[in-house]
Design a binder for this molecule. Structure first.
Ligand code: ZN
Length: 427
């Protein structure tokens, strides 16, 4: 009996001890929570609540009465597991429409042009992109202006059908041919472009339109698009309407990068129409300007105008959040479609950039950068030329294209090696 009593007393004593310990623990926990005071509140739209975090009103509630069974101390709040969002950018160079390209695309039965053959072999690659951008280097002013080639371009509107069907969803048109058909021709072009769902940057019908941020969201990643040209082939920008064409102006571009980021862009891609025609390496000004813009917050520079491929480079820059980020400069994407031949003017490149955003802290990485050289195959089944854009490596690998000769394959192999060397020469 005594033993039993004594056992009972010991049991009560242990219970008391445990309760006190429990109470102490809760009080200490409350104090430390209050002491740390400002648990950082994440305001990002993509922020995920910390798994073990207590809502603040619960944290301020009075301590619970001591419980006879004290729970074990909670594990320290773990770092939140990053949530990633991913999307892919596809960028190509100049979409040109030289005079010899036009008649072969006319469908006499349907009484309309059809440029879909251009893009058939690259459409599966475009399908891998969420953003698919190109430089439209011709007005689309309508039939009343006549369809003309160099030096004053005007292409049939059906070109836009083909681009749209192939999966292009961003068109920039700040380039030296944007005013080939004058102010009215540009306004007509913009009207035509707006009949499609393309995001458009580079020229504008009004000040308001020029100032509007173009931010294209894919899989939760917001990409800001900017576009500028070195000039307009001596055709003056319409009097009193400087907003109509975005000219390269370093300070303006830097201000636009900041404005686009403030408007919510996670990264900024800039189409720059610049450089020296037919030069296979960037000039000093291309390098200086592009590197400066990366340092000022741009993430990707998609260059065009030289009509040949130039190398790309990847730079490290600060991300403004105490970390580093990568900047990609593609100095020239070359001609994607044109009638220009020889000295690699008939080659272009598709750049595929896999982008990953850490939705927990908002940082963006260029995870994978792939370059896919392309060749414009021109052939002549009748009086008129036909054109197709072929991905070089895939074409060589398949070796089954009935329209290509042994000499074509040999030339593709030689050029592939040359272009790979050129592309990688600044890495
Ligand atoms: Zn150009």
């Amino acid at each position: 009996m005594r033993r039993k009593r004594s056992k009972h007393t010991v049991f009560n004593f242990v219970l008391l001890l445990l309760s006190t310990a429990g109470l102490l623990f809760i009080v200490i926990t409350m104090l430390t929570e209050d002491g740390s005071g400002s648990r950082s509140v994440q305001t990002s739209a993509f922020a995920t609540p910390e798994p073990d975090g207590l809502p603040s009103d619960e944290a301020k509630a009075p301590p619970l009465p001591p419980s006879p069974t004290a729970s074990p101390p909670p594990a320290p709040t773990p770092e939140p597991t990053p949530v990633y969002q991913e999307a892919t950018l596809i960028a190509v160079g100049d979409i040109m429409m030289h005079k010899p390209q036009i008649p072969g695309a006319y469908d006499k039965v349907k009484k309309r042009y059809d440029f879909s053959e251009y893009f058939k072999q690259v459409t599966p690659l475009f399908e891998q992109g969420d953003w698919v951008m190109a430089n439209l280097e011709t007005p689309i002013a309508g039939a009343s202006y006549g369809y003309t080639g160099y030096p004053s371009f005007n292409a049939p509107i059906e070109l836009l059908d083909a681009l749209d069907d192939a999966g292009v969803n961003i068109l920039t048109n700040a380039n030296n041919h944007v005013l080939d058909k004058g102010e009215k021709g540009l306004l007509r072009t913009l009207e035509h472009l707006k009949q499609y769902s393309f995001a458009i940057k580079g020229s504008a019908a009004s000040r308001e339109e020029a100032d509007a941020n173009v931010i294209v969201e894919r899989n939760g990643i917001k990409m800001g698009i900017l576009a500028y040209t070195y000039g307009t082939n001596g055709i003056p920008i319409p009097e009193g309407k400087p907003y109509m064409v975005n000219m390269i102006d370093e300070n303006k571009i830097i201000a636009d990068i900041k404005k686009t980021k403030e408007a919510g862009a996670d990264l900024v891609t800039i189409a720059l129409h610049f450089g020296t025609e037919y030069q296979t390496q960037p000039n000093e000004e291309q390098k200086r300007l592009s590197r400066k813009l990366i340092a000022e917050g741009a993430d990707i520079i998609a260059g065009s105008h030289p009509h040949v491929i130039q190398p790309y480079e990847v730079l490290q820059a600060t991300d403004g959040k105490g970390g580093t980020r990568q900047g990609l400069i593609i100095y020239s994407l070359g001609n994607f479609i044109s009638n220009q031949r020889d000295n690699t003017k008939d080659y272009g490149v598709i750049f595929k950039v896999h982008i990953r955003k850490n939705a927990t802290n908002g940082t963006v990485e260029l995870k994978e950068i792939t370059s896919i050289p392309t060749w414009v195959h021109r052939y002549q089944p009748d009086r008129n030329y036909r054109y197709r854009i072929l991905p070089v490596e895939q074409t060589i690998k398949d070796s089954s294209d009935s329209l290509l000769t042994a000499a074509d394959y040999k030339s593709l192999k030689t050029h592939l090696a040359l272009l790979r060397n050129r592309l990688e020469s600044m890495r």
